[in-house]
Design a protein. Structure first.
Length: 356
């Protein structure tokens, strides 16, 4: 089983299809595609590949500082958020890592040398995080890692609840690593970025490739105390963010109409897809807050892999979730794509799972 979604190259080989013909529901990417301003900026910058990019992506960092209201010295760019997760795994030396599961697998891998306490999120409670239960586990020098909204469950912990967890961590002498990779699909008001200047024990990861639909360029950033940013800068290589990613990042952040259109389309398409999945016998989608939906298919009589085997020859790729800790072979995840693509997915699933 693939560890992550989005491998259209392998899917094309497996099903004998062309990459461009595959409807990839396995990767959680903005269905609008990249910002037109980003594509234009890339085209205009092609000849600049003869030069090195800015070593620390300072122009892009300034743009992020303007958008977030944070000082530049609290921001560091990475070749994707995953690079920064692993860099933190090498830099931070917590006593233990507390990890609600299921969640993004790279956290456990990045901190594999550290003792880990896995806190199960349970199906019958819709995988909702119990803040008080996490707080009771916290001890001095622990690190809690929270993906919000959580991948793959799609659950959002409200800002006020995350602030309670942050206070519990501070009281216990622990730290909080908050991954807000999908927060741009929800609401800026739910982010804890404004809390950073007053909380040196808080680290926030953000992705620029999911909302702005350019995962092939790899681009993310970490917001943290200047001390942490300085330490990471010392251990990470310069020029790690390529020139195309830098110019596309700046242009994307400046494209306000694109951002507004994404919110409008996602707020319309997300419930339509969730309702459509709910109407299919044997499928139980968990109500989403971001741009993807976790589905339990155990009552359909098929495993997720069997569903993929049916959908694959039709050029449809879903994300099997058995390799997420706490999930089994009856879970899969789908991204919210265009209305036309979503309709094709639903029609194909109804072909296999007709109403009784």
């Amino acid at each position: 089983m693939q560890k992550h979604g989005g491998n259209v190259w392998l899917a094309a080989q497996t099903y004998g299809l062309k990459e461009e013909s595959i409807l990839d529901f396995s990767a959680n990417i903005n269905p609008l595609g990249p910002s037109p301003l980003a594509l234009e900026a890339i085209q205009q910058s092609l000849l600049q590949i003869r030069h090195y990019p800015e070593p620390q992506a300072d122009t892009l960092r300034k743009e992020i500082a303007l958008l977030t209201g944070l000082p530049e010295e609290m921001l560091i760019l990475g070749n994707g958020a995953a690079e920064l997760i692993y860099a933190l795994g090498r830099l931070l030396k917590p006593r233990r890592v507390l990890l609600p599961v299921p969640t993004f697998s790279e956290y456990a891998d990045a901190f594999r040398e550290i003792e880990q306490v896995h806190l199960p999120l349970v199906r019958h409670n819709n995988f909702i995080l119990d803040i008080e239960a996490v707080g009771q586990q916290l001890k001095q020098d622990d690190l809690v890692i929270l993906c919000n909204p959580n991948n793959p469950t799609g659950h959002l912990v409200a800002k006020e609840q995350v602030k309670i967890l942050l206070d519990l961590a501070q009281t216990s002498g622990a730290s909080l690593l908050l991954d807000e990779a999908f927060m741009d699909f929800v609401s800026p008001e739910q982010s804890l970025l404004p809390e950073l200047p007053a909380n040196s024990h808080l680290y926030i990861l953000r992705s620029l490739t999911k909302f702005f639909a350019m995962p092939g360029l790899r681009l993310g950033y970490l917001a943290a105390s200047p001390v942490v940013v300085e330490a990471l800068t010392a251990v990470l290589p310069p020029w790690r963010v390529n020139l195309m990613a830098q110019v596309a990042g700046v242009a994307s952040l400046r494209d306000k109409p694109y951002r507004a259109n994404t919110f409008a389309q996602m707020n319309r398409l997300r419930p339509l897809l969730a309702d459509g999945l709910s109407s299919i016998p044997g499928l139980r989608p968990f109500w989403p807050t971001a741009n993807f939906i976790l589905v339990d298919c155990r009552e359909s009589g098929y495993t997720a892999e069997e569903l993929q085997n049916f959908l694959g020859p039709k050029g449809i790729l879903i994300r099997l979730c058995e390799n997420y800790m706490g999930l089994d072979k009856y879970y899969f995840r789908v991204a919210v794509r265009s209305e036309e693509d979503n309709a094709i997915l639903l029609l194909s699933l109804r072909e296999l799972l007709p109403k009784t």
